[in-house]
Design a protein around this ligand. Sequence first.
Ligand code: NAP
Length: 323
Amino acid sequence: MEYRALGKTGLRVSALGFGCGNVGGLMVRGTPGERERAVARAIELGINYFDTAPLYGDGLSEEHLGATLKTLAADVLIGTKFRLTAGDLKDIRGAVARSLEVSLKRLRRERVDLFQLHNLIGGPDALAVAQVRGEVVAALQRLQQEGKTRFFGITALGDPSALHEVVTAGVFDTAQVCYNLLNPSAGFPIPAGFPAPDFRLLLARCREHTMGVIGIRALAAGALSGTPSRHPVAVPTVAPIASGPDYATDVTRAQKLSPLVQEGHAADLVEAALRFVVTGDAVSTVLLGYSSLDQLEHAAAAVAKGPLPPAAVERVRSLWRQM
Ligand SMILES: NC(=O)c1ccc[n+]([C@@H]2O[C@H](COP(=O)([O-])OP(=O)(O)OC[C@H]3O[C@@H](n4cnc5c(N)ncnc54)[C@H](OP(=O)(O)O)[C@@H]3O)[C@@H](O)[C@H]2O)c1
């Protein structure tokens, strides 16, 4: 496993991380045996970063991750999150602290390595930049001083200008960035009329401020497998994030990338999608949501093949022009 610097934190994270979210769902709906086997195997493969949140299975993901790591007596890096509701905005500091207390109890730990804002930033139903840079940062700095989180970060979803502003503030250690073959705009200029929101090279902005980047939705929730069927443990229906209007459209667009496989650039679309995200060093770790141990094995083998060669990246760029 390759390890990469997580911004200026001093931590080194595995290029492939473990997403304990609701979509793949192994850490939410898997049996205790399945969860233990998957986490043990992930650690054996060298994965050292696990991402969870209170919202994943309404606390079940944190609870299960905590229990599994205790059973395995495993020491890994853990990131969790907090999402503020409209009612929390009267007392952001208190709400952030209370959320972490509950998370620590579920995770059975005294502290987490990373505590991240889970709200959208900028625009309707989102926190304003001023709230994030002001009260949210103050709340997080206090928790850091108390030793309850080592570092803190954002989810880089919401209004692109607002995201660039928050990154430019230079206060956050990390950003979870949606970056994949269906929406490469955080890393590449996209053609005019490209059917996805434009993050306007956010990865370069993160680099300018030495923020650690955690790649999310590398497979567009599974659509980048190019097949519409879902694993029984996965959520049966899923809303896209920053890609097409629905999952079926994402699958259809993913299929347009199949020349990458037909022309021998990758063994399958999943491999192409994962190797795309680890190409270059802009992303510290790519999180993947797993439904099964097989998916974990497959992902680790894909990432082990390393970045896509320049000819494959050029081919992807030509395919984007036809999407
Ligand atoms: N901060 C945020 O707001 C945020 C948002 C989204 C995600 N995340 C984090 O990022 C993680 C990953 O995101 P995600 O789970 O939403 O999306 P994702 O990783 O793009 O997609 C997960 C889906 O990909 C498919 N898959 C995984 N490995 C595969 C393989 N080897 N071969 C074929 N298909 C495979 C599975 O689909 P099937 O089950 O249908 O087979 C799985 O459900 C989450 O667990 C979470 O930790 C954070």
